[in-house]
Design a protein around this ligand. Structure first.
Ligand code: SAH
Ligand code: SF4
Length: 392
């Protein structure tokens, strides 16, 4: 039995868009510049004003224009009249026995997504969502059973990072240095939550550009990993326009099996996917592509699979992340045994590939890979199940 789960409802005051105020969060520098000019900022000053506002919002984490003390009172009043600095609302925060934190956040329209913070030795990774649900239907993924409701905006994507920093108390205190010394609690981001990030390309790109900006949150591009199920036409664009690290949900070594596990394979098969990955311009030995491989008992975990995987990876700087399958209610698969996973890893390692076995984190709060799904959806499903059981 793991340590007890705590769950508390956080009441972060919701900042409604009063009178159609524009949210500053999620605007790129260019968009913010245009927005400031539109409310009367002289063009000559616009670049400097963007820099000042940017620092307050993304470096210091300030939410109140009144606190932006290097701006004139008159300009602060203009900002407050036309803009807001708004984050999604945190509905619940659960803390796992292993320290993993899962936030259920509510976004405009009443939709919900999940964000997970995973603390590690001297660092910490935030797993963020890019869509409500997912249009794809990978057969082993809980999120895939929830139909897509909508894409997240850039504000909602950056907002997840900001609210996690709020909760971790990681904004520097104005006037007490830059806050850049020492290890960061939130040092890495993985786009591995709900949704297929490459089906929401522009918002993900803008959100990550904001997060990477050196005068704000300043997480370098090598600290961000985008995971895709294999949206081939967007892979080259990811390198060009985001430049982050890439992970691919590979999960099978034959098209017949991958067609079932990751149905997007029917559109872009293994050969097409590998060709796109070989071209990924950032792929060098120091920036390897991560191949995610979920270990499903008797489905994709044989020695033959491991040997085939080695052959397929030939010519691609790669590491393999073996993910023991995380179960969810009604899942049609079982996790491979530890011995099987180790045997599989050994074959990869003997072929020279790093192949760490991912330790499931936050399982007790359904925060592990592939377990995310909006609570409302879960509740809906369980009501449906209850009705079915009762023969209604
Ligand atoms: N849609 C993107 C990113 C989110 S999924 C993608 O598919 O890549 C993040 C990772 O968790 C993916 O590799 C996904 O295949 C994996 N995953 C999904 N369900 C899982 C489960 N039940 N157990 C373990 N890993 C799972
Ligand atoms: Fe969507 Fe990724 Fe889950 Fe597939 S694994 S259903 S692409 S979230």
């Amino acid at each position: 039995m793991k340590a007890p789960i705590t769950q508390d409802v956080v009441t972060i005051p919701r900042r409604e868009a009063e009178g159609g105020k524009r949210n500053i969060v999620g605007l790129t520098r260019e968009a913010l510049r245009d927005a400031l000019i539109a409310v009367g900022t002289p063009e000559k000053q616009a670049k400097m004003r963007v820099g000042q506002v940017w620092q307050w919002v993304y470096h210091w984490g300030v939410r109140d224009f009144a606190a932006m003390t290097n701006l004139s009172k008159a300009f602060r009043a203009v900002l407050a009249e036309h803009f807001e600095i708004a984050l999604p609302e945190v509905v619940t925060r659960q803390v796992s026995g292993d320290g993993t934190r899962k936030y259920l956040i509510r976004i405009a329209g009443g939709h919900e997504v999940e964000t997970v913070y995973i603390p590690e030795e001297g660092r910490g990774t935030l797993c963020i969502s890019s869509q409500v649900g997912c249009t794809l239907t990978c057969s082993f993924c809980h999120t895939g059973t929830q139909k897509l409701v909508r894409n997240l905006t850039a504000a909602e994507i950056v907002g997840q990072v900001m609210l996690a920093r709020d909760d971790l108390g990681e904004w520097p205190e104005p006037g007490t240095g830059t806050g850049e010394s020492g290890p960061r609690l939130l040092s890495n981001i993985v786009l591995m939550g709900m949704g297929e990030p490459l089906y929401n390309f522009e918002n993900v790109r803008d959100g990550m550009k904001i997060v990477m900006d050196g005068e704000g949150i300043a997480l370098g591009r090598r600290r961000i990993t985008l995971s895709t199920s294999g949206v081939v036409p967007e892979i080259a664009r990811t390198a060009e326009e985001i430049g982050c690290l890439l992970a691919v949900s590979f999960h099978a070594t034959t098209d017949a099996v991958r067609d079932v596990l990751v149905p997007i394979n029917r559109r872009w098969n293994i050969e097409t996917l590998l060709a796109a990955l070989k071209e990924y311009p950032k792929a060098t030995n120091s920036e390897r592509i991560t191949f995610e491989y979920v270990m499903l008992d008797g489905v994709n975990d044989s020695d033959d699979d491991a040997h085939r995987l080695v052959a397929l990876l030939d010519g691609i700087p790669a590491k393999v992340n073996l993910i023991p399958f995380n179960e969810w209610p009604g899942a049609p698969y079982r996790r491979s045994s530890n011995n099987r996973i180790r045997a599989f890893a050994t074959i990869l390692m003997q072929a020279g590939y790093a192949s760490p076995i991912r330790t499931p984190r936050g399982e007790d709060i359904m925060a592990a890979c592939g377990q995310l799904k909006s609570a409302t959806e879960r509740a809906r499903k369980s009501r449906a199940e209850i009705a079915a059981e009762a023969g209604l």
